[in-house]
Design a protein around this ligand. Structure first.
Ligand SMILES: NC(=O)c1ccc[n+]([C@@H]2O[C@H](COP(=O)([O-])OP(=O)(O)OC[C@H]3O[C@@H](n4cnc5c(N)ncnc54)[C@H](O)[C@@H]3O)[C@@H](O)[C@H]2O)c1
Ligand SMILES: [Zn+2]
Ligand SMILES: [Zn+2]
Length: 451
């Protein structure tokens, strides 16, 4: 871990006196292969707390290491201790700590910024140049019996929040940061790609912030079915207004006479999905939501049908994306609108990036949340320019997100309980990760003390 955070190398006597059991930890040996191994007990620092970890959530990001050898192809470190969504009970405090006491229930903020680099100094601690992040290569995860961290990174959990929910506070903190980065405000329309925990939590946060309409997309029918039943604790009704099951975008041109200008009918794959001009009024919705929607385009990439220059696959997909986006908006009762105010891409999939830009209205904000196993994708850059879309990225959460997440939970404006579908003991971590990989569970929790 960071040289700044763990300068003391000897365990204080009062921790040794606790005679703690071995620090069994979930370690990744190689791709899709986990072992529960004894790892050294982390050293309690003078400004830190030692936490007996009770519950840990697993998420899509953990799966990149587990399944694919790391985000963007980065290989996982040898014997990487996994996990970054944990909470537990304080069992010892450092000699300088006045804010915590033994027995406190706390969440574990998994990112330790150096607090010294230029980004930290600018307040952007989540993109710290020396960030140590639990479960990421070069760091120690929290999927272990015990975890030590600076006391100020261990916010206290309200009494009415269960341990299981507490294991999902970190993704809620990410949801809060998504709200900040996408600048989600009341009365906006929001499209969310991906109905995994992050997509649904984003929907819940948007709903708590009084979004006027939320639509969501996924290609997994089970995720779509689950999303339709995600109920608001505020209204008792589904949070998401319309959830759509998506299909891959074809890589060949849409069929029909005016192939690439948005007037195509049908979608060439036998499914009655997208129909750019379903109302037959010649003013196709897909045309309006396209990159030339306002007529303000400064070169919208269109070309005459007899042009024999090479057409990139991405351009074919883009035409399909516009058709599909138009159809989805129409089905969501948004025919009169040019698109949505905010797009949250939480799949990491190229097709969703395409459809997200197609669905964004002029001047909208598009937030790239999803991580992919690969670096580059087809992305409709001309449309981004012509529609003047703010394309933004997000890295995890910032300092105020955990307190906001905890407050939302304790006030009951966001419900995490119904997202948790199964729990495993630490000893069955391999099964827990496979359960996440199956796509059949929503939020999977591991009970760290059950070894
Ligand atoms: N940027 C960040 O700070 C940050 C933080 C947390 C998670 N993430 C990433 O956000 C994404 C969502 O996280 P999660 O925990 O909900 O993951 P998840 O894997 O549970 O959810 C992703 C969803 O996307 C759907 N999906 C995948 N490909 C699709 C496609 N081609 N078309 C339609 N749907 C598709 C999947 O069926 C799944 O339901 C992941 O990529 C994760 O790594 C990023
Ligand atoms: Zn996570
Ligand atoms: Zn820093």
């Amino acid at each position: 871990m960071s040289r700044f955070h763990f300068p003391v190398k000897e365990q204080p006597q009062h921790v040794l006196d606790l005679n703690l059991p071995p620090n069994m930890s979930c370690t990744l040996l190689r791709k899709r292969n986990i072992a529960i191994k004894e790892m050294p007990l982390p050293i309690l620092q003078p400004d830190g707390v030692l936490v007996k970890v009770i519950a840990t959530g697993i998420c899509g990001s953990d799966m990149h290491n587990f399944l694919a050898g790391g985000v963007g192809g980065r290989p996982p470190a040898k014997n990487l201790v996994m996990g970054h969504e944990s909470s537990g009970e304080v069992i010892a405090i450092g000699e300088l700590v006045t804010t915590h006491k033994v027995g406190d229930r706390v969440a574990i903020e998994p990112g330790l910024p150096c607090r010294r680099c230029v980004n930290c100094k600018n307040g952007r601690v989540n993109i710290c140049l020396e960030m140590k992040y639990c479960g990421a290569p070069g760091s120690v995860g929290s999927l272990a019996r015990f975890h030590a961290l600076p006391a100020d990174m261990a916010p206290k959990i309200p009494d009415n929040v269960s341990w299981e929910e507490a294991g999902s506070i970190q993704p809620l903190a990410v949801g809060v940061q998504i709200g900040k980065r996408a600048d989600i405000r009341p009365h906006q329309t929001i499209a969310i790609f991906g109905c995994g925990p992050i997509g649904l939590i984003t929907a819940a946060v948007s709903h708590a912030y009084s979004a006027s309409k939320i639509i969501a997309f996924d290609h997994n029918p089970e995720r779509v079915a689950f999303a339709k039943k995600y109920i608001s604790p505020l209204t008792g009704k589904p949070i998401i207004d319309h959830v759509f099951l998506t299909e891959p975008l074809p890589t060949t041109p849409p069929t029909g006479a005016a192939q690439l200008n948005g007037h195509a009918h049908g979608n060439g794959n036998g499914h009655a999905h997208a129909n750019g001009d379903a109302d037959g009024d010649g003013d196709s919705l897909s045309e309006r939501i396209g990159e030339n929607g306002s007529g303000a385009g400064i070169g919208d990439g269109e070309f005459p049908p007899d042009d024999d220059r090479h057409i990139p696959i991405g351009d074919h997909k883009w035409e399909w994306a516009k058709l599909r986006a138009g159809s989805y908006l129409k089905q969501a009762g948004m025919s009169g609108e040019d698109g949505v105010d905010r797009v949250i891409e939480a799949t990491g999939a190229e097709d969703c990036m395409m459809m997200g830009i197609a669905m964004a209205k002029q001047g909208a904000t598009y937030l790239a949340v999803g991580l992919s196993h690969q670096q580059s994708h087809w992305f409709p850059t001309l449309a981004v320019t012509n529609k003047e879309i703010d394309v933004r990225g997000i890295t995890r959460y910032t300092s105020s997100c955990f307190p906001s997440a905890l407050e939302m939970l304790s006030r009951g404006t966001v419900d995490l309980k119904s997202l948790i579908t199964i729990a495993f003991p630490l000893s069955q971590s391999q099964q827990a990760f496979e359960a996440v990989a199956s796509g059949k569970q929503m939020k999977v929790i591991i009970k760290n003390q059950e070894v």
